[in-house]
Design a protein around this ligand. Structure first.
Ligand SMILES: Cc1cc2nc3c(=O)[nH]c(=O)nc-3n(C[C@H](O)[C@H](O)[C@H](O)COP(=O)(O)OP(=O)(O)OC[C@H]3O[C@@H](n4cnc5c(N)ncnc54)[C@H](O)[C@@H]3O)c2cc1C
Length: 390
């Protein structure tokens, strides 16, 4: 049995802990906050929690596999149902003009109808079709493998091809924007990340009952069943050869350290985007919204009357929305802006080892910080470490 210390109790930490405990390792989770759950519980603004992203996930099989492989099927703990479409505003200069598409997930036919209705024809569906092989390649060689620190990054769809370049396979400038604007990554990120459009179309987007806080509660139940210890209020300073060093200078020993603290201690910080938290009275915005263009605005609902808008630093997201026919400025009853998590232009390696006995998982290892790829990473890590002998 290996003694495993998991640092951080967001989705990365909780999913790693559940899987490794089921493999009979002795797992302890160390969490700095007073409550476990990380961003699954939302982002704190004052005393309130706001949704950390659109409250939906794709690849439901990743979550089903996590619950099944850590004990019992997911349905015994939490239900999921299909999420609604994403509202895209796609501006283009003359001669084409702005298009609006409510793009549904989960079926090719429904996407085809939505695009054909908005644009009069559908070059989108065949473009997405040809991402099937790259998706399988990315899944097999990157997402479903653990990556020791010296393992090479595979060359997928030509490593010099950026997302922006792959999007050029579409002639309509509006669809090019739709293809190149992915959450949490820049258009300079590797083109293979375009497979996300194939994934969302084919596997759908889903909402957990009770949102991501419901998912946190289900995972915490699973961890109790697996007798994992969660210590809250523990600030970990860094990983060291013997385990981890806490902020008070003491050392906790471990055979394996899984760093799931939301950020990579070795990565540079900084953000070029902001998040604006809004309350609206007497007006609404779509639950999941992207206004494309030179300055992309991404938005999602948080609770009854709250929305979060992410935009480039210096841009006014409300003004950008107004410019595209969504003027809610007079309905704003409260707003607050903070720096957003940084975007990335690297290839995801969702379970990566910076050195012997240490693993980095979670948002810090995943461009786009998606829960699904985070879950694939912790699955790959558990498979790599294997079961403790009886
Ligand atoms: C539905 C949904 C959609 C999301 N979509 C996006 C998105 O599009 N883009 C995006 O950027 N994010 C998104 N997020 C937010 C986030 O990126 C994901 O939740 C991600 O999987 C975070 O998991 P994590 O475990 O890596 O990090 P976190 O949830 O941040 O958890 C890290 C934990 O580590 C703890 N911790 C940090 N430092 C220390 C330390 N030194 N010692 C001890 N503990 C420490 C923190 O307190 C925290 O509890 C989304 C979240 C949800 C729920």
């Amino acid at each position: 049995m290996a003694k495993v210390l998991v640092v951080g109790s967001g989705f990365g930490g909780l999913s790693a802990a559940a899987r490794l405990a089921k493999l009979r390792h002795h797992v302890t989770v160390l969490e700095r906050a007073v409550e476990p759950g990380g961003l699954l519980l939302g982002t704190s603004v004052g005393d309130e929690r706001w949704a950390a992203g659109p409250e939906s996930v794709t690849l439901p099989g990743v979550f089903r596999d996590l619950f099944r492989k850590s004990g019992r099927p997911m349905d015994a703990l939490i239900a999921i149902s299909p999420a609604g479409p994403r509202h895209h505003v796609l501006p283009a200069r003359w001669p084409r003009g702005t298009a609006v598409i409510d793009l549904p997930f989960g079926t090719r036919g429904a996407q085809h109808d939505a695009v054909a209705q908005a644009l009069g024809r559908d070059p989108w569906s065949p473009w997405v079709d040809q991402l099937a092989d790259p998706w399988n390649e990315l899944r097999r060689t990157v997402l479903e493998s653990a990556h020791p620190h010296d393992s090479p990054v595979p060359d997928l769809m030509g490593s010099d091809r950026s997302l922006q370049r792959v999007a050029r396979g579409l002639r309509d400038p509006r669809l090019r924007r739709l293809a190149a604007d992915l959450p949490g990554v820049t258009a300079a990120a590797p083109g293979v990340l375009a497979v996300w459009h194939y994934v969302e179309r084919n596997f759908g987007r889903w909402r957990f009952d009770g949102g991501s806080a419901g998912l946190a509660a289900a995972l915490l139940t699973r961890l109790r069943e697996r007798k994992v210890t969660i210590e809250t209020g523990v600030d970990v300073a860094r990983a060291v050869d013997a385990g981890v060093e806490l902020a008070d200078g003491s050392v906790r020993e471990a055979d394996v350290v899984v760093w799931a603290a939301g950020s990579d201690p070795a990565a540079p910080g900084g953000s070029t985007r902001t998040r604006t938290f809004l309350r609206l009275g007497g007006a609404t915005l779509p639950d999941d919204l992207v206004v494309h263009g030179r300055a992309v605005v991404r938005g999602w609902r948080s609770g009854e009357d709250g929305w979060v808008l992410e935009a480039p630093t210096g841009a006014d997201p409300l003004e950008l929305l107004a410019r595209h026919g969504r003027d809610v400025r007079s309905a704003v009853t409260w707003q607050h802006t903070v720096a957003a998590p940084p975007t990335s232009d690297a290839l995801p390696r969702p379970a990566r080892s910076p050195g012997p006995g240490r693993w980095l998982v979670g948002a810090a290892a995943v461009p786009g910080a998606s829960l699904e790829v985070t879950g694939m990473g912790t699955a790959a890590l558990a498979a790599h470490l294997g079961a403790a002998p009886r």
